[in-house]
Design a protein around this ligand. Structure first.
Ligand code: FAD
Ligand code: UDP
Length: 370
């Protein structure tokens, strides 16, 4: 009999399991996938750590989280600076002086601010949706070329139907700073994320290819408490209806040349290109192998966004009003399950970044393990 059965070996499950073991608890971790690490799984191919479930850049302002996670991996100094490709025109992201110069020919911060001020006038009240929020932040030109097409591809919904907060994730700067994140700490774990999760799970029993919901009764019998990090609606067999998720399909290609696009991420912000972005994985580690040698080949992933349907991997919770209400109903059911803790991006149906997942898992561990 284990003290805890942790369902899901992603970041939430791994941090919780690690803490439980450190508190002297016995833990069994299971995952339905053939590998650990959930969405941050990386696989080394031709010397390149490929982010198999989408590109992940660690960034945080939370000193506690940073000092925690750097105990389990060394992080490099990678800084995310994606490029936007709008019908062959290239723009610097996030929105900064390089972007404004290319878009409008403005040179000084005052000129850029004046241009934005002029264009945001069309929004006269508190922005109610993503479109209004975007125009009010950066004006219509940038909205049309760099936001609208990308966002509608990523979310499969009109920008008027999406919540404003999604676009507030992106910084707007009147400086020549194209760091995508406003974060004190940023980087990629040297040797990949899988190694980081392996370190967290060191000494803990893990069973892969094991679906909790398919073998619930027998697995429940193995432990006193359960930490469940899968989709909350799946846990309850969708009895109140399905929450919506966005899924992503990755098309990976190994190319026999040293560089495809010269940057880790290029976003295709027009509506017509079917993929949202192309990731070139080697640039997360500066194009070098673990010995510091230049890698002769490259691996790229085209990302296609789609609506989730049963059987697909759920990636992004769609945190709009309708889903928020349904989640609140599921949350009531979850709170009534005394033996089970629901955690993580899917268990809490929250658009969490990695640092927030770590903070949430540590907070939960502190609450229940002490
Ligand atoms: P997951 O990693 O999804 O882990 C859940 C695990 O539970 C999975 O392994 C799954 O197989 C398992 N599971 C589910 N159901 C069952 C079941 N029934 N039985 C057994 N196992 C089950 N965050 C950042 O900070 N920076 C980024 O750059 C970034 N980029 C992202 C890009 C993409 C494409 C996506 C989708 C997310 C990104 N994130 C990023 C967010 C980040 O991936 C998450 O915050 C984090 O990985 C969530 O960890 P988790 O443990 O909650 O969930
Ligand atoms: N976004 C955009 N154009 C871009 C990149 C992002 O309009 O080139 C919008 C899009 O709506 C996205 C949001 O900004 O959902 C937040 O972007 P972020 O990169 O944080 O999303 P992630 O993929 O990390 O969840």
């Amino acid at each position: 009999m284990y003290d805890y059965l942790v369902v899901g070996s992603g970041l939430y499950g791994a941090v919780f399991a690690h803490e439980a073991k450190a508190h002297g608890k016995t833990v069994l971790v299971i995952d339905k996938r053939p590998n650990i690490a959930g969405n941050i799984y990386t696989e080394n191919i031709e010397g390149i750590n490929v982010h198999k479930y989408g590109a992940h850049i660690f960034h945080t302002n939370d000193k506690k989280v940073w000092s925690y996670i750097t105990k389990y991996a060394e992080f490099n100094r990678f800084t995310n600076s994606p490029v936007a490709n709008y019908k062959g025109e290239l723009y610097s992201l996030p929105f900064n002086m390089y972007t404004f110069n290319k878009m409008w020919g403005v040179v000084t911060p005052e000129e850029a601010a004046a241009k934005i001020e002029e264009q945001r006038k069309e929004i006269t009240s508190e922005p109610k949706n993503l479109e209004e929020q975007a125009i009010s932040l950066v004006g219509r030109d940038i909205y049309e070329k760099l936001i609208k097409g990308y966002t509608e591809k990523q979310w499969g919904r009109d920008c008027k139907e999406l919540p404003a907060f999604i676009i507030k994730r992106l910084p707007v700067r009147l400086t020549f700073d194209n760091n995508y994140f406003n974060a004190l700490y940023q980087g990629i774990p040297v040797g990949g994320y899988t190694k980081l999760v392996e370190n967290l799970l060191d000494g803990i029993e893990v069973r892969l290819n094991t679906d909790y919901l398919e073998h619930k009764a027998e697995l429940d019998a193995l432990a006193g408490k359960v930490v469940y990090t899968g989709p909350i609606d799946a846990y309850f067999d969708y009895k109140l209806g399905t929450l919506e998720y966005r899924s992503v399909r990755f098309e990976n290609e190994l190319l026999d040349k040293p560089s495809f696009q010269g940057n880790a991420a290029v976003n295709y912000t027009d509506r017509e290109t079917p993929w949202t972005r192309i990731i070139e994985h080697k640039w997360f580690e500066f194009g070098k192998d673990e010995n510091g040698n230049d890698l002769p080949k490259t691996i790229i992933s085209r990302e296609y966004s789609s609506e989730w349907k049963p059987g697909d991997e759920p990636y992004y919770p769609v945190n709009d009003e309708k889903n928020g209400k349904l989640y609140a109903e599921y949350k009531k059911l979850a709170d009534a399950e005394e033996r089970v803790i629901f955690g993580g991006r899917l268990g809490e149906y929250k658009y969490y970044d990695m640092d927030q997942v770590i903070a949430a898992a540590l907070e939960c561990a502190e609450r229940v393990l002490n």
